[in-house]
Design a binder for this molecule. Structure first.
Ligand code: ZN
Length: 358
């Protein structure tokens, strides 16, 4: 018969700490475990310090998972974990806390909100790339399109990989009203399958001629109108046109707006923040002073994460992947002096508000 042991008993005398893997023995039932956990936590704090307490927190988490999903760990494995943790509390403290963090993020469902998954550079190993992302804590990826072929491929990818959410749009350097009107037809015909219109926007870096810029604005204006008509988010590109893009969106009453890899000043982002527009930050933040400044100035409630894979990775000219989106969580947490969990939670919520859940 088990009872709650006296708290000040050492490791060796506590039934909890005396568990021997593989040895058949009476095990406390759940209610006993619930009771003993308190005394074990006190024991851990006394005998193993903070590391012990953290480890027991981890054990509690695993048991909690056991309750909601019996396949997660067998009871034997659960007790074996307890035994290991109590024998090596320091070593397991960090490992388990990281595992818990990873799981919590996954449960929250982080989204890479802008990636060119259809890019042929991913053709040889796309399923592995997505599996890596999933293991890193990314539960969905918004796959943007630059043209009709991309948009069609994105629909196919979404059929193949449930974590892919397809978008369709025309990259702003395609200053061709016919291509834009074809894209409008595609979006209308597939609106129920699409997560967003994108990427669309203004690029004053590549498009220098004023007459071409006028066509670019006309195309963008029509995509804004389509997003309002279909109530779909706009996944917006702006390059050397940050202030203009925001003014243009506001002028045309765009409602559901996501500005990706915004390269403008944080001061010009201000009206967009006030309008409730969101900004996604790529992993290149680790090497971009402009992005770091932007993150410091923008409220957490305005931030999303993205990768713009295969570009804008943490290392220049190296292929970027959706798994790297988690780097952005860490960078935001450091810049804002917040815990990574708090950033992950806020970003997941911001994403849900704009794009809905999946
Ligand atoms: Zn892009």
């Amino acid at each position: 018969m088990h009872g709650v042991k006296k708290e000040d008993e050492g490791c060796a005398s506590s039934s909890f700490f005396n568990f021997k893997p593989g040895v058949e023995q009476d095990r406390p039932d759940r209610s006993f475990f619930g009771l003993s956990l308190r005394s074990c936590t006190r024991h851990a704090a006394t005998h193993h310090g903070r590391a012990g307490t953290n480890s027991l927190g981890a054990v509690w988490f695993f048991h909690h998972r056991l309750d909601v999903n019996p396949e997660f760990l067998s009871v034997d494995q659960g007790y074996f974990v307890q035994w290991l943790v109590c024998r090596f509390p320091k070593a397991f403290s960090n490992i388990f806390l990281n595992a818990i963090f990873g799981m919590l993020i996954f449960m929250k469902g982080l989204t890479d909100t802008h990636a060119h998954l259809c890019d042929p550079v991913f053709d040889p190993d796309r399923s592995l790339v997505l599996e890596n992302a999933r293991q890193a804590g990314i539960s969905s990826v918004i796959a943007v399109a630059e043209n009709l072929a991309d948009a069609e491929k994105n629909l196919f990818l979404a059929d193949t990989y449930p974590m892919v959410r397809p978008a369709a749009g025309l990259y702003p350097t395609h200053v061709d009203p016919n291509l834009a009107s074809e894209m409008h037809d595609f979006i209308r015909n597939n609106a129920d399958k699409l997560a967003a219109i994108g990427e669309v926007g203004l690029d004053y870096w590549k498009i220098q001629e004023e007459s071409d810029r006028e066509i670019q604005r006309e195309i963008f204006r029509n995509f804004i109108a389509l997003s309002l008509e279909l109530d779909m988010p706009l996944n917006v590109h702006s390059r050397s046109a940050g202030r203009h893009t925001i003014a243009f969106l506001l002028e045309h009453s765009a409602a559901r707006v996501h500005l990706h890899a915004f390269d403008g000043k944080s001061s010009s982002a201000h009206p967009a923040v006030e309008a409730g527009y969101l900004f996604s930050i790529p992993p290149s933040i680790v090497r971009s002073a402009q992005k770091q400044k932007l993150v410091k100035k923008l409220p957490l409630s305005s931030l999303l994460i993205e990768t713009d894979s295969p570009v804008l990775g943490p290392v220049p000219r190296e292929r970027n992947e959706p798994a790297n989106a988690v780097i952005v969580i860490k960078a935001i947490a450091e810049l804002k002096g917040l815990r990574e969990e708090a950033v992950a939670e806020a970003v997941a919520e911001n994403t849900r508000l704009l794009y809905g859940g999946k």
